[in-house]
Every structure is written in structure tokens, then in C-alpha cells.
Design a binder for this molecule. Structure first.
Ligand code: SF4
Length: 418
């Protein structure tokens, strides 16, 4: 059974379970999210069987653009998050010489999944530095070792008109390249791009409303729910999901339902998290509610102060460029830290959990700056939680649970005495 077949089966079971025996403690809108994911997985499986070209478009870089051109996304690291066989892929990556044990484990896994024949290879990789270094290197490595196409896009640090034009011109060159490389299969369709961006923007508006609702005390959602449903959608189903979830959050506020009943601590979680365990149980036991996840694409659904070019009407391709320039990854450390402090203040959190992912070149160098800025600007503590995403040998479930427990206790004492 390949990855899509496995995932389709898993989603179908989940949907059936919700229909037959819904868990009242979970968000009802989760069912629509599973249906949305099922729709995509079925499309991916069909595309693989019929030989359609695959590309992620660099994920948040040009994911919408490549969709509008006729590519299908593989799922990339998104598939690695939800695989049922992480150890098999980690071992495969290790065997092939990838630095699984001293770098970000998740970035190796899409390669291993494709090598095992469980997921298709991407036919065209977009490489750009808004992705972290391990991600960028894994794209280059994968494209060379699997003999697929690579297209590199340079995204400058400045969020200004000159950079916007610079990125837009490269997207035009990318379109030309892709149409030449996949004649008859891939064609830029601006009408399609506008349609997809329409869904994306509508869902983003709901996303911004949901962001505002997280300010409510207690927060209507917490834990896993703070990690899902954050980013834009590119289908009507995705818009429906965002709208229903927005309504559900409003309803929870109206009825006084909290993500963590009796919430005493509000926490911002950053970078990534362990996928082999639930780190939120122990926090919830201490009345600590993780209300927001800060990561690269957070800027897309968070009202961070916007650069000037957003104030004028952008062309469809400029919108693609503007989105990637909003990413807090691949920019300056100042952009990452300032954005996190802005959100922590805006949502009035009591503490930050900074997941120190082994080998994460994008964020590890910023851990001290983050800690100092949170203490200086807001007087709140930061837990530097060292771990990996799937590989539990580096920091086990017991180790992480103990550290989370100690931190929650310390925050509670600090809050009580302060
Ligand atoms: S955890 Fe860090 S190194 Fe790994 S994919 Fe995310 S940003 Fe990249």
C-alpha cells in the first residue's frame, strides 16, 4: 500500500468514526478538514496513476502557481508528518547517507518515501532560501539524485517593491522553463491562478478572524487545534472549512467553552513539534493552553505589520511573490524574533515554548535572541525544548514530558508570585 492509499483509508475511517460516534471534546469542523485532505489525497493518487507531473512549487513559495499550471503536489514534508511508517523512512534515509541523526529528520523523509516507492518523486523542484537550509539542500540533493528538474529562485530579504519585482520576474522565467520542460502537460493559466487566489484570500480572511478570537480568555482552541487550520486554502472545500471553523470558534466563545478548561497559562509554541507524542496533555494537566503556533508561514494569517506594497493592487503573479516574501523563514533573524514578540504581546501570552529542532539552521541560532527579547520586552520566560520531529532517540517522550511539566510548574509559580 503506498502512502496515498494508506492515508485515504485512514481519513475514511476517521470521517466514518466522526459520523457514527463524534467526540464532543473535538472541533466539529475537523470532519471538513479530513474531507478536504481526502479530496486531495484521492487527486494525488489518481494523478500518480495517470502520469501527471508533480511539483510542490517550493510549498509556500509558489504552491498556488504550480497548481494553476497543472502540477500536482506530492505533499512533501506534509506527508512525512502523517506517515504511519516514520522509522522505515528514517532508516532508508540513513542507509542512503543522509544526515538523519544530526540534522532535521523531517526534511530527509520525502526523499526516502519516494525512494521506497511510497510517494512519487517531484518532477520539478523549486529551490529558494525562504525554505531552511536543510530543506533547500534536500531539494537540491533529491533533484540531482533522482534526476528531476530544479529551478532556483532568489528571494531578497527586503520586503519592498524592488524585491517584489525581482521575485516576480523570476516567477515569469519559471513559467517559461516549466512550459518548455513539460510541453503539453503544463501551461500557465492566469484565470485559474486568480480563481485559486480567490479561495486563498477568502480563507485567509477567516484565518485573520480566528486569530483575533485567540485573544479571548480562555482561548476557544488549544493544543493540536492551534496547529491546524492556520493557512490559506485553494479549494472551495478549504474555504468551507475555514468558515465553519471560524463560526465554531465564535460559538465556543459564546458558550464559554475553552480549549483548556480552567486556563491559567497562555503559551505560544514556535518552530515545530515532536510528532511521535502528544506534548499538550501534560500542559493541559497544568492548565497551560498552547494557543498559537509561530512558524515560517505564520505571517500569512497573522496581522503582522504589512509592508507598503500591500497597499496597492497586485497582479496575480505579484501576489505569489508577495506571499513568499511574507514568510518569516529565510528572512533576517530580526524579522523572525520581532514577529514572534509582536504576536506574543498581541495575544498576551505568559510564556513561549521554542522547539529546538536538532539541525534547524533557520532557528537554532536565534534561540538566545528570542529568549532575551521575550524577557526584555515582555518579561516572559522561554523554554528551549530540544528534540526532533520523528526520531525519539535524541529526546524521548519521557524527557520531553518532564521538561514540559517542570516549565509549566515554574510558569504557574512565577505567575502566582508575580
Ligand atoms: S525544523 Fe527547521 S530545519 Fe527542519 S524543516 Fe523546519 S525550519 Fe527546516
Amino acid at each position: 500500500m503506498n502512502f496515498y492509499e494508506y492515508y485515504i483509508e485512514r481519513l475514511q475511517k476517521r470521517i466514518k468514526k466522526i459520523e457514527e460516534n463524534p467526540d464532543p471534546t473535538k472541533l466539529k469542523s475537523n470532519k471538513i478538514r479530513y474531507e478536504m485532505q481526502l479530496e486531495l489525497a484521492q487527486e494525488q493518487l489518481e494523478a500518480w496513476r495517470t502520469g501527471k507531473p508533480f511539483s510542490e512549487g517550493g510549498g509556500f513559495m509558489a504552491g498556488t502557481l504550480v497548481r494553476a499550471m497543472g502540477f500536482i503536489p506530492t505533499g512533501s514534508v506534509g506527508s512525512a508528518y502523517i506517515t504511519g511508517e516514520p522509522d522505515k523512512y528514517l532508516e532508508e534515509a540513513r542507509t542512503r547517507g543522509l544526515p538523519v541523526d544530526n540534522s532535521c529528520d523531517m526534511t530527509s523523509m520525502p526523499f526516502a518515501m519516494a525512494e521506497c516507492g511510497d510517494m512519487p518523486k517531484e518532477d520539478l523542484y523549486i529551490c529558494d532560501q525562504h525554505a531552511c537550509t536543510p530543506m533547500l539542500l534536500s531539494h537540491i540533493f533529491t533533484s540531482h539524485s533522482q534526476k528531476q528538474h530544479t529551478f532556483s529562485i532568489d528571494v531578497g530579504f527586503q520586503e519592498d517593491e524592488a524585491n517584489l519585482k525581482h521575485v516576480t520576474r523570476q516567477l515569469e522565467a519559471f513559467i517559461e522553463f516549466a512550459e518548455r520542460a513539460f510541453p503539453g502537460m503544463v501551461k500557465y493559466d492566469e484565470t485559474k491562478l486568480v480563481e485559486l487566489q480567490g479561495y486563498e484570500e477568502e480563507a485567509r480572511q477567516y484565518g485573520l478572524e480566528m486569530y483575533e478570537m485567540r485573544k479571548h480568555k480562555p482561548s476557544p482552541i488549544a493544543g493540536y487545534d492551534a496547529f491546524t487550520g492556520m493557512y490559506g486554502a485553494t479549494t472551495p472545500k478549504g474555504v468551507e472549512y475555514a468558515k465553519v471553523r471560524r463560526d465554531e470558534m465564535a460559538e465556543r466563545i459564546g458558550k464559554g467553552i475553552a480549549g483548556v478548561p480552567g486556563e491559567r497559562l497562555r503559551i505560544l509554541w514556535s518552530v515545530t513539534r515532536p510528532f511521535f507524542m502528544n506534548p499538550f496533555h501534560v500542559l493541559a494537566k497544568n492548565k497551560a493552553s498552547v494557543i498559537y503556533f509561530y512558524s515560517g508561514p505564520s505571517g500569512l494569517v497573522t496581522p503582522l505589520p504589512k509592508p507598503d506594497y500591500w497597499k496597492r493592487k497586485l497582479s496575480p503573479l505579484e501576489k505569489v511573490a508577495a506571499n513568499v516574501m511574507r514568510s518569516t523563514w529565510g528572512g533576517t533573524g530580526k524579522k523572525w524574533v520581532d514577529g514572534m514578540v509582536w504576536v506574543a504581546k498581541d495575544l498576551d501570552v505568559d510564556a513561549v515554548i521554542n522547539y529546538c529542532m536538532l539541525g534547524c539552521t533557520a532557528t537554532l541560532g536565534l534561540r538566545k535572541l528570542t529568549e532575551d527579547a521575550m524577557e526584555k520586552e515582555l518579561g516572559i520566560p522561554v523554554l528551549q525544548l530540544e528534540g526532533k520531529q520523528w526520531d525519539r532517540d535524541y529526546a524521548s517522550e519521557a524527557t520531553l514530558t518532564n521538561r514540559l511539566e517542570e516549565f509549566a510548574q515554574m510558569c504557574l509559580e512565577r505567575k502566582t508570585s508575580g
